[in-house]
Design a protein around this ligand. Structure first.
Ligand code: FES
Ligand code: FES
Length: 183
């Protein structure tokens, strides 16, 4: 009986086939075959082994999973990978140029802008997107426009100082330091 019910269910709701997509991540094309419900976050972490992007809430609430998609910052836990077929994705692993850190990475170190570091990749990717947007000039604007990135350690004053310091130096946009980010 149970078997028949399961068979009827499978007939009515067949499992969708995997979908072939291409993600250009940190300048490298990756061909992937993914179940259609795979999030961009899981594609990066579980299929490409790019674990710098963190899973916090998995519900769009914390910003730990922030990456840049075609230069715009997004919560990768809320985007299906198939929606980003053909997109250029930049993760925290793609911001540095060889051994030269991105200006924001350097500033976060100089300003001690982290404690446990779990939120830091998302904070830095989000700040790179913020700078590229060119909308934040004051401390309050930075606070407001970074409010989607939660830091459970409360490193907010230092995060703000780090971002302000990069903006004060003319705001090295991600597009200036990485060919994919900021496009
Ligand atoms: Fe994506 Fe929290 S893990 S917003
Ligand atoms: Fe620990 Fe931000 S440094 S959550």
């Amino acid at each position: 009986m149970a078997q028949k019910t399961a068979a009827r269910h499978a007939e009515k709701f067949p499992t969708p086939a995997k979908i072939a997509i291409t993600l250009r991540v940190n300048g490298v094309d990756h061909q992937l075959e993914l179940a259609p419900w795979t999030t961009l976050l899981d594609a990066l972490r579980d299929h490409l082994d790019l674990t710098g992007t963190k899973k916090g809430c998995d519900h769009g609430q914390c910003g730990a999973c922030t990456v840049l998609a075609d230069g715009r910052r997004i919560n990768s836990c809320l985007a299906l990978a198939v929606m980003k077929d053909g997109a250029a994705i930049t993760t925290i692993e793609g911001l540095a140029q060889g051994s030269t850190l991105h200006a924001l990475q350097q500033a976060f170190i100089e300003h001690d802008a982290f404690q446990c570091g779990y939120c830091t990749p998302g904070q830095i990717c989000s700040a790179a997107g913020l700078i590229a947007e060119g909308r934040a000039a004051t401390a309050d604007e930075i606070r407001e426009l970074m409010s989607g990135n939660i830091c459970r350690c409360g490193a907010y004053p230092n995060i703000l100082a780090a971002i302000e310091s990069v903006l004060a130096r003319g705001g090295t946009a991600a597009s200036e330091t990485n060919g994919e980010a900021g496009r």
